[in-house]
Write a protein that binds this ligand. Structure first.
Ligand code: ADP
Length: 399
């Protein structure tokens, strides 16, 4: 059984074709620069690569190209789209409307589009891609949507409410939703399995650290609190996003610079974080290298990131009245031993002790890095959001 996983943005359409017999990737790629000009990058598991300039006025042409490259020419991996059992789509914002993955209908697409006010960059693009996909992929191929927010729908009101007037929660739906839910769900389940325990018996703090970062408290398999909020801007500092800032600083800066709300959003989402603080860039590798070479602002970024991770570990250990395991995932969490080491140092009070030598050798693989006498287990757990989307899709179409 083959499942196509799609992650569509406003100008890109990333995809993976997954063989569910052994959960292996058959091909993957990206139809990029939609609405600008168009470019396809396609790779097959047997090493064939296609890089081609295309014409993608809309998502529809990008899907048509995707069908073409999968079924013909140099990149061909299947004879026809009939070999695909279903398509699974990643959706950023499901708000409090969707607490699990669902089969796509016209009403579901409408609902996702209606939620666009809560995720202006993403949800409308998802709706466009869903409609385009329906028009290009054979009608008998079911489609499923998997939401980044769904895993966090188990948070209690005391965790998801803001201290703003209640009517703005009721009328404007302003609350914490949390993101990266597909990743936190995947890695926390993978960790329970690796530990040989039932997720129901575990209190896990899941640190997804990448260009975007979020930390989630997972108690008995359920998200009970998370650092991202109404949008993916809240929480720890990120590549270009500020993370949590005193709201009064936001209104003050907007006033001083004469920013409109959209300009202020741009400032906090695209010009802040590692980039804004260091003036070097948004990539953690560049920041680490600059810090090693004595750049004080880059060192400040490293110190802020690890200090914030430690504070959230403390907060979530309090929220769950304990912690059995901490996991690191995402581009930084899986690859940067430096960030893991700094985040797990001086945490003896919590019973956290890692094997420093072992930690240095681990990149992108499932591995326990805590010492045998550490009260809290610490793990590196590679994430795989596409695989979880494919598994959810398979589960829904098998029903
Ligand atoms: P996204 O959030 O866009 O999915 P990723 O999860 O791929 O991003 O994470 C990208 C981040 O991971 C970048 O900041 C990059 O510098 C960092 N990263 C990747 N490899 C390493 C490494 N070997 N050491 C330190 N940081 C790394």
């Amino acid at each position: 059984m083959i499942i196509l996983v799609v992650n569509a943005g406003s100008s890109s359409l990333k995809y993976q074709l997954i063989n569910m017999e052994d959960e292996s990737v058959i091909a993957k790629g990206n139809c990029d620069r939609i609405g600008i000009d168009g470019h396809l990058a396609h790779k097959t598991s047997d090493g064939r690569k296609i890089d081609e300039d295309c014409n993608f006025p809309t998502h529809t042409e990008a899907f048509m190209k995707l069908v073409e490259v999968l079924t013909s020419g140099e990149g061909k991996v299947i004879d026809s789209m009939d070999e695909i059992s279903a398509v699974g789509h990643r959706i950023v914002q499901g708000a409090d409307v969707f607490d699990k993955s669902v089969l796509v209908t016209d009403e579901i697409i409408e609902k996702i589009d209606e939620l666009r006010e809560l995720a202006p960059v993403h949800n409308h693009a998802h709706a466009l891609a869903l409609r385009a996909c329906k028009s290009v992929i054979p009608a008998n191929v079911p489609q499923v949507v998997v939401f980044d927010t769904a895993f966090h729908q188990t948070m209690p009101p005391k965790a998801f409410m803001f201290g703003l007037p209640y009517e703005d929660y009721e009328n404007l739906h302003v609350r914490k939703y949390g993101f990266h839910g597909t990743s936190h769900r995947f890695v926390s389940a993978a960790l329970a399995e690796a530990m040989g325990k039932d997720a129901k018996d575990l209190k896990i703090i899941s640190c997804h650290l990448g260009n975007g970062s979020s930390i989630t408290a997972v108690n008995a398999g359920k998200s009970v609190d998370t650092t991202m909020g109404f949008t993916p801007l809240d929480g720890v500092i990120m590549g270009t996003r500020s993370g949590a800032v005193d709201p009064s600083a936001v209104t003050f800066v907007a006033d001083k610079h004469g920013f409109t709300p959209a300009q202020m959003s741009d400032y906090m989402n695209k010009k802040s974080g590692f980039l804004g603080l260091s003036g070097i860039g948004s990539d953690n590798r560049d920041i680490q290298e600059a810090a090693l070479n004595g750049n004080a602002k880059a060192q400040l970024v490293c110190d802020m990131l690890t200090y914030e991770i430690q504070k959230y570990i403390g907060a979530f250990a309090a929220a769950m009245n304990g912690v059995d395991a901490i996991l690191f995932t995402g581009g930084i969490g899986e690859n940067s031993w430096e960030v893991r080491e700094a985040a797990c140092s001086n945490m003896e009070y919590f019973g956290i002790k890692i094997d420093y030598a072992l930690n240095k050798t681990i990149r992108g693989k499932l591995q326990k890095i805590s010492t045998p006498d550490s009260k809290v287990e610490v793990w590196v757990v590679p994430t795989n959001e596409e695989l979880l989307i494919a598994r959810d899709t398979l589960a829904l179409i098998s029903k």
